[in-house]
Design a protein around this ligand. Sequence first.
Ligand SMILES: Cc1cc2nc3c(=O)[nH]c(=O)nc-3n(C[C@H](O)[C@H](O)[C@H](O)COP(=O)(O)OP(=O)(O)OC[C@H]3O[C@@H](n4cnc5c(N)ncnc54)[C@H](O)[C@@H]3O)c2cc1C
Length: 402
Amino acid sequence: MNTSSLSPVAERAPGRSESALAERAMVAATTAAEHATNVDSAGRFPAEAFDAVRKQGLLGILVPRSMGGEDAGVGQVADVCFRLAQNCAATGMIYAMHQVKVACLVRHRHGSSVIESLLRRLCAEQLLLASSTTEGQAGGNVRSSEAAVSSVGDHIELERQATVISYGAHADGIVTTARRSADAEASDQVLIVFLKDDYTLSPIQSWQTMGMRGTCSEGYVLRARGVPEQIVPEPYASIHSHTMVPFAHLLWGSVWAGIAAGASMRAQAFVRTAARKADGALPPGGARLGEVLSSLKTLRGMLSDSIRRYESIMNDAQALNSVDFQSQITLTKVQASELAVSTVLKALRVCGLSGYRCDSPFSVERHLRDVLSSPLMINNDRILSNFTMTAMMTPISAVLSG
Ligand SMILES: Cc1cc2nc3c(=O)[nH]c(=O)nc-3n(C[C@H](O)[C@H](O)[C@H](O)COP(=O)(O)OP(=O)(O)OC[C@H]3O[C@@H](n4cnc5c(N)ncnc54)[C@H](O)[C@@H]3O)c2cc1C
């Protein structure tokens, strides 16, 4: 599949470093494409794609230059996610999840020498970070933790039932939420970064899923030990609303847009091929290609707007806390996931049986299985019902302004 035909998510005219970054992303995306089918069928980590991601130095781009990174913005990272996911959804999603964690460390480190030295290592050694928020049977309530950090002498310890940790077995470190202490409320959380030598993972849950099989999101008991300075020096509550949620929703959304773009390209190729064979006559579902592209354009436009808005206020705590921004960023996740699913479904209607088959060059079955994870990855119903609780008490003008 040709992936060079779509422009960056943020749709700005690329500067020199931006287009160089896009070229590096394309190199990794090309490797991801070569192995995507096998990654999916074997349900294995996309090792070749991540070798290429590391060779291109893409894991540390969000980190400031002073620590060996590239000072990339969220729009640039979103563009890398989009390009990777067009060819291999698992590669795009793993890259996105890593960058969400890096963003939390970079933006909330408050000069911590332990976290800064870890970020330097991350750039120099191209370390890959995984995320642990889901816990026990509580599912996707990220703002609630059961397991608490404990102090043992001058160390900290944590044991948590981490029911889903994507690529946990392949990561160089894990960034996890936890209850601040044994006597803290479930919502009084901290964020902690542990490197591989600090923890063990005992498997408790496999990852045999419909799609996103290459994320290898198995469940483990996570047992970790470190020093108190590995706790990010800001309450998780503000990390969550200022960085974790915006980065997650924008980068995950870019991955889902990438999957939708990959399916759209197959639909377009199908219509072109069929029309060529029939003296220019469209195949039965051909007229729907316009709907596919319109839906993709809406999705990307909506993401671009949210990225621009976030970039314009990302260092303004008051604006980040405002109801209108929190509404926008919340609804971005819901809308992006719903639009991505419907774009891929429309592409399937265009391709007909060729799209439904698993053995056709126009197959969109992997795209569909992968994208169906999007409304569930922090369930849209959970997000909408939380949003409704806030929106119910807020004047509509405050929800809409911004
Ligand atoms: C591809 C993929 C990768 C993932 N990787 C990771 C990872 O690396 N680390 C990690 O920690 N987690 C990861 N997760 C898990 C994810 O973060 C969520 O925990 C998970 O998707 C929530 O699944 P759930 O639907 O079972 O749980 P819940 O969100 O608890 O939902 C369960 C059910 O309850 C309903 N529900 C819940 N709350 C409400 C409410 N308030 N109102 C109405 N209905 C409600 C939902 O609609 C749903 O039907 C991953 C998930 C996916 C799909």
